[in-house]
Design a protein around this ligand. Structure first.
Ligand SMILES: *Cc1c(COP(=O)(O)O)cnc(C)c1O
Length: 447
């Protein structure tokens, strides 16, 4: 009988995260202070983030960062996650390709986000912080952070993008169940929120508005640190447990990926899966291809510009060297809330610039079509975000059908979609649409 799922024992779990910055052929450009315009130091960053996260953020020397015991202990509640050979999907696609997915949807929070939430809350607690704050879009990060805060005895305040809050009401209930205080963003509770609402009373909110509010709260509240669910280097670092496990599990399956695919919001689940494999491209000349699947309505990788930009709408964050659509870009209200972000992480942006990976754009309807195919073959309802990766994989698998190539494809199922059934319902009722962006619209926010 053919083996379908591969798991690791607790003894086989990774004991260190992989920091690709140490091995990158071209190191990322420095982060720049928003007012002094000097390169940022750990001390600058540590004013809002837990210090150890800042050290990791700027570390371009150490390839391996030990996972603290307390974090590793919490990982063992749900890791390893299964590596699954998607035989039924392959069959439905009539493809000679071998398709594997790393199933990050099986933890109780339902997405990969908890891998970094646990690390960030642990470091915050260690340095004596009492409160953490953050932003969340669809709510997966907020849910993960709320849980991790409880685990390490911290209070959590979460700003949730207003439109996502309406689309996914149960995610706020989950956050509140774990004890977090949840506010819709933009809100009247911060200076940044008030400014945004004054300019645009019906602003639907975006990750950029919610980040402004959370950063402001951290800056103005003693004992409060800000945490981020993606984009930053240390977040992608924590997510490398995904790829490090997958590497061992692929070996158990006797295969090595020709193509690695993940959906792309800020780059953390993509980097988490891709970086551990990419190190073999960089150090040993492997030729694996890396594909980031972004929504066609938020195409920073394929249609954005590489330049310094703010991470938030108000311009409180450091200036980041990244592919961006401009920090005032207002993404369409697609259901993949986790992919509605204007910029790409600094490491990923440099890797894209250097040709080590590339992006593909997936329209919303195509992502749902792929989601249904996956649900009906593999029995898992994917998160709307993850469906972008599935759609990209299906495209490659169909190409293999044309060419007869037996490519080995590996992707991350970054989360399940069981709390996204309103989105599925709208799709099934024919009420969802694609959003197309003109070059003029993109040029406007890049001005
Ligand atoms: C947040 C999220 C994403 C996108 O974030 P990345 O940092 O790009 O990984 C993708 N899938 C799910 C399920 C998410 O919750």
């Amino acid at each position: 009988m053919k083996q379908k799922r591969y798991l690791l024992t607790e003894q086989e779990l990774p004991t260190a995260w992989y920091n690709i910055q140490a091995d990158m052929p071209v190191k990322p450009l420095p982060l720049i202070h928003p007012t002094t315009h000097e390169p940022l130091s750990v001390d600058d960053l540590a004013q809002i983030f837990p210090r150890e996260c800042c050290v990791q953020e700027l570390d371009t020397q150490h390839a391996w960062i030990p996972i603290p015991d307390a974090v590793a202990d919490k990982y063992r509640y749900y890791r390893s996650t299964p590596l699954v050979r998607a035989y039924a999907l392959e069959e439905a696609l009539h493809t000679p390709a071998h398709i594997y997915f790393k199933n990050e949807s099986v933890n109780p929070l339902g997405s990969h986000k908890v891998n970094s939430a646990l690390a960030q809350c642990y470091y915050a607690k260690e340095e004596g912080t009492t409160n953490v704050t953050t932003e969340t879009g669809a709510g997966q990060w907020g849910a993960a952070l709320s849980y991790a805060a409880t685990v390490f005895g911290l209070e959590a305040a979460v700003y949730q993008v207003k439109v996502s809050m309406r689309q996914k009401p149960y995610r706020s209930s989950i956050m509140r169940t774990f004890g977090a205080a949840v506010t819709g963003s933009p809100s009247m509770s911060t200076r940044a929120g008030k400014d945004i609402i004054t300019r645009d009373a019906h602003h639907p909110g975006s990750l950029a508005t919610a980040i402004s509010e959370a950063v402001e709260l951290a800056q103005t509240t003693p004992g409060c640190k800000y945490t981020l669910g993606s984009v930053l280097n240390h977040v992608a670092l924590h997510q490398t447990v995904i790829g490090l496990e997958a590497e061992k599990q692929m070996a158990l399956a006797g295969e090595y990926p020709d193509v690695v695919v993940a959906c792309f919001g800020g780059g953390s689940n993509f980097g988490g899966l891709a970086f551990p494999f990419m190190r073999h491209n960089i150090l040993e000349g492997r030729t694996t291809e890396y594909i980031a699947a972004e929504p066609a309505s938020c195409p920073k990788l394929t249609r954005g510009q590489f330049r310094y930009d703010f991470g938030d709408e108000a311009g409180y964050t450091p200036l980041l060297p990244m592919y961006t659509l401009g920090h005032t870009f207002k993404p369409a209200n697609i259901h993949a809330g986790g992919l509605r972000y204007h910029g790409a992480g600094v490491i990923v942006s440099q890797l894209l610039k250097d040709g080590l990976m590339h992006g593909v754009d997936i329209p919303q309807l195509k992502s749902f079509e792929a989601a249904l195919l996956f649900a009906r073959t593999e029995g898992i309802i994917p998160a709307p975000e993850s469906s972008h990766a599935i759609a990209a994989v299906a495209d490659i698998a169909r190409q293999c059908r044309q060419t007869g190539e037996e490519k080995v494809i590996l992707f991350t199922l970054s989360g399940h979609g069981l709390l996204d059934m309103t989105a599925y319902e709208q799709y099934l009722n024919g009420d969802l649409i694609d959003y197309t962006l003109s070059d003029e619209e993109i040029a406007l926010t890049l001005k």
